[in-house]
Ligand binder design. Structure first.
Ligand code: SF4
Length: 114
């Protein structure tokens, strides 16, 4: 499958995203397993206003990529989550969520939760 041209966007599409309880647990595990130095470096990065708390501006990519929420995985490939740089990839139907989100990452759930 063709991939999204994320490089260079500096997290433009990485804003507050809804997450479920299971996703929160996975992210908490991941953050706990990070070496302190890496965690602190990620936590204390300056970010653009509204950018996700896990966006790694220095590396220009998601700082928790392997455990990123479902909505992040779906971005760019569904008709209601289109990447403006490659809209032709949004060929799937609207995203159907099986579980209810418990809040929005970066707004309701912040670094204090990790
Ligand atoms: S979790 Fe990762 S992919 Fe999702 S919005 Fe945050 S930085 Fe972006």
């Amino acid at each position: 499958m063709d991939t999204l041209p994320c490089e260079g966007c500096k997290g433009l599409c990485c804003g507050p995203v809804p997450i479920t309880e299971k996703e929160l647990t996975k992210i908490q595990k991941k953050i706990k397993s990070m070496p302190r130095k890496i965690r602190e470096e990620l936590e204390n990065q300056p970010r653009f206003f509204g950018t996700c708390i896990f966006y790694d501006l220095h590396k220009d990519r998601c700082g928790i990529h392997t455990v990123r929420p479902e909505i992040c995985r779906s971005f760019g490939y569904h008709e209601d989550l289109v990447c403006f740089r490659k809209p032709e990839l949004a060929t799937k139907e609207k995203v159907m969520r099986k579980e209810r989100p418990i809040g929005n990452l970066s707004i309701d759930i912040t670094w204090k939760n990790f």
